[in-house]
Design a protein around this ligand. Structure first.
Ligand code: G3H
Ligand code: 13P
Ligand code: ZN
Length: 309
């Protein structure tokens, strides 16, 4: 039981058709719900922390909570920085003991993305950590007028091969149609499997990463709305589409929104049904259980990763 890098878990996943869940963490209840699920399902696990999460919880708290989770569960866990904006935050996280960092240079031109990614790879590798980079842009749903227009921002397979070769990055996040948050598609959900297969064929030894992979299950949106929420027209990536992507080199699947919905639905329900209650444990406890159930569902039914330890 230790903080581990993603090296071994990715090497195993690459040879099979399951993927490892990378779940975003912001507080103790979220961490506890996720690790309990991974323990029951006997799945490898990546806990990821965004810049926003570090700001909300303060870095030391999250790192120490993850260390506590390792002691409590006996699991090996990879601690990963999600969407690192620049070299400085990546360096800070490596120095803080993260075993993996993402440098998200996707907003920069190709050469600049290569330059900053190389800089992070050099530092991280020298300190025993691994690096995820991103090439291509995850479209916002507002851009999704036509698939043609949207796919112009998807990852170019030849560029992906050149990028990996020149940066020495350990894994690559690609854009094939997903986007962050609860509003992913206006029309029919669409993932560019042909492009994914081309990328995987060109760089078969590089673990690929799918961001924006929440399914935004109707049941949880409806439950939030039933108890006073107002979440209109949300739409995620159908579960079978994620499962399919895991067959073509996708080794890491990022999920945050579905966890937020699961926890919020439960908290809203409890508060609506128990208006006289004011002990936070009474609603954060069921929120934690809802996270656990959601993560078990993802590991088992979407990522195909139960019993892969
Ligand atoms: O991709 C972003 C993750 O869902 C984290 O979101 O920046 O609000 O923590 P956040
Ligand atoms: P979702 O918003 O689809 O959960 O994606 C999360 C993510 O990609 C974090 O990096
Ligand atoms: Zn992301």
């Amino acid at each position: 039981m230790a903080l581990v890098t993603t090296k071994e878990m990715f090497a195993k996943a690459l040879k099979s058709d399951y993927a490892i869940g990378a779940f975003n963490v912001n507080n103790m209840e979220i961490i506890q719900g996720i690790v309990e699920a991974a323990k029951i399902e006997q799945s490898p696990l990546i806990l990821q922390v965004s810049a926003g999460a570090r700001k909300y919880a303060k870095p030391a708290y999250l790192t120490k909570l993850v260390e506590a989770a390792i002691i409590d569960t006996g699991l090996d866990i990879a601690l990963h920085l999600d969407h690192g904006e620049d070299f400085e935050i990546c360096k800070k996280c490596v120095d803080d003991g993260f075993t993996s960092v993402m440098i998200d240079g996707s907003k920069h031109p190709f050469e600049e993305n290569i330059r900053i990614t190389k800089e992070v790879v050099e530092y991280a590798h020298a300190h025993g950590a691994v690096v995820e980079a991103e090439l291509g842009k995850l479209a916002g749903v507002e851009d999704d007028v036509k698939v043609d227009a949207r796919s112009a921002t998807f990852t170019d397979p030849d560029e992906a091969a050149e990028f990996v070769e020149r940066t020495g990055v350990d894994s690559l996040a690609i854009a094939i149609g997903t986007s962050h948050g609860a509003y992913k598609f206006k029309g029919e959900p669409y993932l560019d499997y042909e492009r994914l297969q081309k990328i995987h064929k060109l760089i078969p030894d590089t673990p690929l990463v799918l961001h924006g992979a929440s399914t935004v299950l109707r049941e949880f949106v409806d439950k939030c709305n039933q108890y006073g929420g107002n979440i209109p027209g949300a739409q995620g990536v159908p579960e079978e589409m994620i499962r399919e992507a895991c067959k073509y080199g996708i080794c890491k699947v990022n999920i945050d929104t579905d966890l937020r919905l699961a926890l919020t639905a439960e908290v809203r329900k409890f508060i609506a049904e128990n208006p006289a209650e004011f002990d936070p444990r009474k609603f954060l406890g069921p929120g934690r259980d809802a996270i656990q159930a959601m993560v078990q569902h993802k590991i088992k039914n979407v990522l195909n990763a139960s019993n892969t330890l």
